[in-house]
Design a protein around this ligand. Structure first.
Ligand code: PLP
Length: 396
């Protein structure tokens, strides 16, 4: 039989999806599974976006421009201007989700064996994009005890070597919910300038900043023009995960011109989804106010309910809609599977994401889980009660 590639062998499977068969089996047994494991918001997509597609009279669903529709990119630049980020349409490439922007950026700036430093725990798919590009992820540990704040700059410096090309951050963080402060971004800015590295920021959760905190983008920092590459998406902002639209933004012309060649190879981003995404930019401010206050309430309930469980430590999220909790167990993969296979309370159980998959360092995160608070408050409370009861019954 012909053999598959070494890269294919190395490609990590999703740490969350491996539990799906157990969840399906539980559902078949009649158990109600509450999904705390996925980042699919239950919030309604803005009506303006849905209407734009519904009311469109396209007769030929043609390719769009490789870099995305001119009008749409102009409007994205206007949206950034409102967020104190000054970029032109020519600094933007529209992509098929933030995912494709991440793949493009890896291909654009890194060669095989180059290294990228990423604070962990991090969005698990970064491992997949790095593997596909043949790039080595060098993790730097951030701790639940400091709420997953930026690790000390001196620790980054120790990891920077001749193969280091970039530092990648997710702000606010999935899975941590941590929102980097302006000071932290400025420390990173100084570091990447000193060592001539790229600074990539995944800002797909930018809108979700809580408690009066303001998101500070790497593109707001002056002097980073040649270093900063930002990844963005409509998926979470407008609860439009299925649209598959994102973008890559950089003032570094060489980065954009090179990424455009990767974009040309896949021809264009989806046409209908750009129509929806362009219309979504007209979403009224009141939509976000309502969504953010809903997430804040969910976060508050989740954190206070988790804190009631003996032995549980929680990092309080300041943004996005995820939270990492440390549990009094030694193997969250086993615990998550046990929850689906062996446990139920009043006919229900919970599905959580074991956190080890969000770490690149072997052995870390084994007593942690990630919870996505994309459920209604009542369901969240029920889920945490189930978790508490399960922890009493579970033996490591
Ligand atoms: C941190 C982060 N970045 C990027 C993505 C990719 O999202 P999409 O491709 O839907 O834009 C996700 C999706 O969950 C994410 O959580």
């Amino acid at each position: 039989m012909p053999t598959i590639s070494e890269k294919g062998r190395q490609m990590p499977a999703s740490p969350i999806r491996k539990l799906v068969p157990y969840a399906e089996a539980a559902k078949k047994r009649g158990t109600h599974v509450i999904h705390l494991n996925i980042g699919q918001p239950d919030i309604k997509t803005p009506q303006v976006a849905l209407d734009a597609v519904r009311n469109h009279t396209i007769e030929v669903l043609a390719y769009s421009m490789t870099e995305g529709s001119e009008i749409y990119r102009g409007k994205i630049a206007d949206y950034y201007a409102k967020n104190d980020i000054s970029v032109n349409a020519s600094d933007i490439i529209v992509t098929t989700g933030g995912s494709e922007a991440l793949a493009f950026v890896m291909g654009t700036i890194m060669d095989g064996d180059d290294e990228i430093i990423i604070p962990e725990p991090f969005y698990a798919n970064y491992n997949g994009f790095a593997t596909a590009a043949g790039v080595k992820v060098v993790p730097i540990v951030s701790s639940i005890d400091s709420n997953f704040a930026l690790p000390p700059i001196a620790e980054f410096e120790q990891l920077i070597g001749p193969k280091t090309k970039a530092i990648l951050i997710c702000n606010p963080g999935n899975p941590t919910g941590y929102l980097y402060s302006k000071e932290e971004i400025q420390q990173l800015a100084k570091l990447v300038k000193k060592h001539n590295l790229f600074l990539i920021a995944d800002e797909v959760y930018r809108e979700f900043a809580y408690d009066g905190r303001e998101h500070y983008s790497i593109l707001q920092e002056s002097g980073l023009e040649n270093h900063a590459v930002m990844v963005d998406s409509v998926s979470k902002r407008y609860s439009m995960c299925g649209a598959r639209i994102g973008c890559l933004v950089s003032r570094n012309k060489e980065v954009i011109q090179t990424a455009l060649k990767f974009a040309q190879a896949r021809l264009s981003p989806p046409t209908f989804a750009q129509i929806a995404s362009e219309a979504a930019l007209d979403t009224p401010k009141s939509y976000f106010e309502a969504v953010i206050s809903e997430y804040v309430e969910r976060r508050n309930i989740l954190v206070s309910e988790l804190q009631k469980i003996e032995g549980v430590k929680v990092a309080v999220p300041q943004g996005a809609f995820y939270c990492v909790a440390e549990l009094p167990i030694s193997n969250s993969d086993d615990f998550a599977q046990w929850l689906l296979e062996k446990f139920e309370m009043d006919g229900a159980t919970v599905m959580v994401a074991p956190a080890a998959g969000f770490y690149a360092s072997e052995g870390l995160g084994k007593n942690q889980i990630r919870i996505a608070y994309v459920l209604e408050q009542e369901e969240l409370v029920k889920a945490v009660r189930i978790l508490g009861a399960a922890l009493k019954e579970y033996t490591n």
